[in-house]
Design a protein around this ligand. Structure first.
Ligand SMILES: NC(=O)c1ccc[n+]([C@@H]2O[C@H](COP(=O)([O-])OP(=O)(O)OC[C@H]3O[C@@H](n4cnc5c(N)ncnc54)[C@H](OP(=O)(O)O)[C@@H]3O)[C@@H](O)[C@H]2O)c1
Length: 325
């Protein structure tokens, strides 16, 4: 059987991205991420997804240093992504510089705008979740109608053009309305990816179609639906795992990869990380059956408040998005 760890996808700038990437949101103490990265790379993964916000860059960096020093992989063999958090929206290059220093790297392969939102952070992006006296998020720009988030993407373009610190730039958590705002304003570089929640229960085909039309690869975060792994309880996922004699995780990642998307699973369980590497050859009909689950009954598991007002469908608690209806 083919290995998911060996599949690469072509980005719109001619570079390639490994289709399976290890997520690094910490489950508990972020220091455990070091062993997770080492385990994944030794098992064949060549792509690690981190972010300034996660607090795990230090441990990703320690893992990479050990792997480089031991000669397991070279820098150019691995694809490293980090992101600029909304409270650091005013200084993307400073955020990147902090990330590079913490990671111990000269460059990242991909820098993403984490959310198309501008939160009120200080010169070091603190606090990361600023609140007003009533406990509501404090913004520097209206999340539904503001346009400062476009300036952030322009800064990423400038970093790409004027430095050697990034190989590619992209976006994350861009809804259809936000993409419609951004795309006509791009200076030169169309984002190579849009990282969004994606799994069989949340296909968001209209958003994926818009990304595809513009050459933007979709990266699927929360491929099992996040903590509790609700997506893995779907009877069809279990049935397919038995049929192909693979793990349930490998079925949901194959659903992404065989459709030309990047899958970003994470696990605090080292044995599980090693068991998420095969690419079962799901048929077109099976891929469609998985798609139909969410097309008929969509379920979103990420409903963070900084996603309010962005125009995502099925975003629980979001009232601002109605402006885009
Ligand atoms: N751009 C963004 O805004 C954004 C948002 C969310 C995530 N992400 C990225 O995407 C990555 C993955 O997303 P996610 O963290 O939401 O993760 P996910 O991979 O959908 O879910 C991980 C959770 O599922 C559990 N799990 C996985 N397989 C399991 C199994 N077979 N049985 C029981 N439990 C299982 C894991 O538990 P164990 O630890 O016990 O395995 C963990 O708690 C993140 O780490 C991050 O890199 C990006």
């Amino acid at each position: 059987m083919k290995l998911a760890t060996e599949v690469t996808l072509k980005l719109n700038n001619g570079r390639t991205i490994p289709a399976l990437g290890l997520g690094t949101v910490p489950s508990d103490d972020p220091k455990y991420v070091k062993d997770q990265v080492i385990t994944a790379i030794k098992a064949g993964y060549r792509h690690v997804d981190t972010a300034w916000y996660y607090g795990t860059e230090k441990y990703v960096g320690e893992a990479l240093k050990e792997l480089f020093d031991e000669g397991v992989v070279k820098r150019e063999d691995v694809f490293i992504t980090t992101k600029v958090w909304p409270s650091f929206w005013h200084s993307p290059e400073k955020s990147l510089d902090q990330s590079l220093k913490t990671l111990g790297l000269d460059y990242v392969d991909l820098l993403l705008q984490h959310w198309p939102v501008c939160l009120h952070g200080d010169e070091n992006g603190q606090p990361t979740q600023p609140k007003d006296s009533e406990g509501n998020l404090k913004y520097d720009d209206d999340p539904a109608e503001g346009t400062k988030f476009i300036d952030v993407y322009h800064s990423l373009e400038d970093i790409l053009d004027n430095t050697d610190k990034v190989k590619s730039i992209g976006i994350s958590n861009y809804s259809i309305p936000k993409l419609h705002q951004l795309l006509p304003k791009i200076k030169k570089h169309v984002p190579v990816v849009n990282q969004i929640e994606y799994h069989p229960q949340l296909p968001q085909q209209d958003l994926v179609d818009l990304c595809n039309e513009n050459g933007i690869i979709v990266e699927a975060y929360s491929p099992v639906g996040g903590p509790g792994a609700p997506v893995l309880k779907l009877p069809l996922v279990k049935e397919l795992a038995e049929k192909y004699d693979v793990s349930v995780n490998e079925i949901v990642d194959a659903y992404q990869i065989l459709n030309g998307r990047v899958a970003l699973p994470r696990s605090s369980n080292l044995e599980r990380i090693k068991s998420i590497i095969k690419l079962p050859p799901l048929t077109k009909e099976e891929l469609d059956e998985l798609y139909q689950i969410g097309a008929k009954n969509p379920t979103r598991y990420t409903n963070d408040p900084w996603g309010y007002g962005l125009g995502f469908k099925w975003w629980e608690g979001d009232t601002l998005s109605k402006k885009f209806d």
